[in-house]
Design a protein around this ligand. Structure first.
Ligand code: XIL
Length: 347
């Protein structure tokens, strides 16, 4: 029925939009005008889509920045030692270039989604440094000038460890300086790329964000080329505090770094999804966007997926939570979409 109404509408008004595109007027223009990078993580299915897929139209109308949800992670980019896979990143970069969209690279160094051959603590320190350098240099130099920014190191802090460094293969073979080296290699390969340290559960002022602050401060003091801290922002409905996030952004900003929202989603318990909670979610999205637009250190806000059907949250929470994004399963805009539109339009 809804489809029929849309077809009739299009036929009578000559409008060339699909409901999933967020009406005739998406979020991109307002984001451009506000000078903020805004966009989405691109789902794996992007790489098999036909040119007229509504998903692609949503990206074009609503994003000035995109990041691959999985395609640029180590296991995908260097599945075998010395054997790189560029096809998907090339495709994303091509789509972005055609549509004047920025690309964020996610991520060069992580302990998850890493190929088995790389996740091997029997390498010597020198061998592992060489693997790190080769991975980073090969990828960053290939996309020099095309991928504008990189999550160089993802999730290296773990406050359960005595010195706060997660015991990853990188830490165990190289020591904490793997972080310094990774930034140096990335900067050498593309001196104009914006380089991030990215992590989760460290958006507000807390033990983990303290540890990250301390680490990035050390990097800055040692002239390591780091330019931004990524606050992943996988939030639960009503369970975060915007002014706390802002305080954290301000202290990061005082180090001369950007503090950007890199993977925003706001999940709702599955059994509590209602008009009311969707409206609360809309208010939450609006609050975060407003704060980012107002904060001098926040220059970018990316949402971790387009329709709810693509969101990683149900899988990640054993089906307990969901509906975390701003388009529903059918790619129709949710109240959160309209709330973001209003905030952006009023800036
Ligand atoms: C997630 C993806 O969304 C999933 O599809 C994948 O199975 C696991 O990784 N922090 C990150 C992201 O930095 O790369 C993660 O993405 C979500 C948490």
């Amino acid at each position: 029925m809804r489809k029929l109404v849309v077809i009739v509408l299009i036929a009578f008004t000559g409008l060339s939009f699909y409901p999933g595109e967020g009406g005739s007027d998406g979020l991109r223009q307002a984001a451009d005008e506000s000078g903020t990078d805004f966009g989405f993580a691109v789902h794996n299915s992007f790489f098999n889509m036909e040119d007229d897929d509504p998903y692609l139209r949503i990206l074009k109308k609503n994003a000035n920045t995109l990041v691959a949800e999985n395609a640029m992670k180590p296991y995908r980019m260097q599945p075998e030692k010395g054997n790189f896979f560029f096809e998907e990143t090339d495709r994303l970069v091509e789509f972005a270039t055609e549509n004047d969209i920025k690309v964020r690279g996610h991520c060069l160094v992580w302990h998850k989604q890493i190929p088995d051959w790389m996740n091997d603590t029997t390498y010597t320190r020198e061998e592992m440094l060489e693997i790190l350098e080769n991975h980073i240099t090969t990828i960053v130099s290939r996309y020099k000038g095309q991928v504008d920014e990189w999550d160089v190191v993802n999730e290296a802090i773990d406050t359960d460890e005595e010195n706060n460094y997660r015991r990853t293969v990188w830490y165990r073979t190289i020591g904490p300086e793997f972080i310094d080296s990774a930034f140096v290699y990335a900067h050498r390969a593309d001196p104009s790329a914006v380089l991030y340290y990215n992590d989760f559960s460290a958006e507000e002022m807390n033990e983990k964000s303290d540890a990250i602050y301390k680490m990035v401060k050390r990097l800055v003091q040692n002239d390591v080329p780091i330019h931004a801290v990524g606050l992943q922002s996988h939030f639960w409905l009503n369970e975060f505090n915007v002014s706390e996030i802002e305080n954290n952004m301000d202290r990061i900003g005082a180090l001369g770094l950007q503090a950007n929202i890199t993977e925003l989603d706001i999940s709702i318990p599955m059994n509590e999804i209602s008009q009311e909670t969707l409206q609360q979610q809309a208010d939450d999205y609006a609050d975060i966007m407003e704060m980012c637009l107002d904060n001098d250190h926040c220059n970018s806000l990316l949402i971790w997926g387009v329709p709810d059907s693509h969101s990683w949250i149900p899988n990640h929470t054993d089906g307990e939570r969901g509906s975390a994004l701003i388009f529903d399963d059918e790619m129709n805009p949710k109240p959160a979409f309209h709330a973001l539109k209003e905030v952006l339009d009023n800036k």
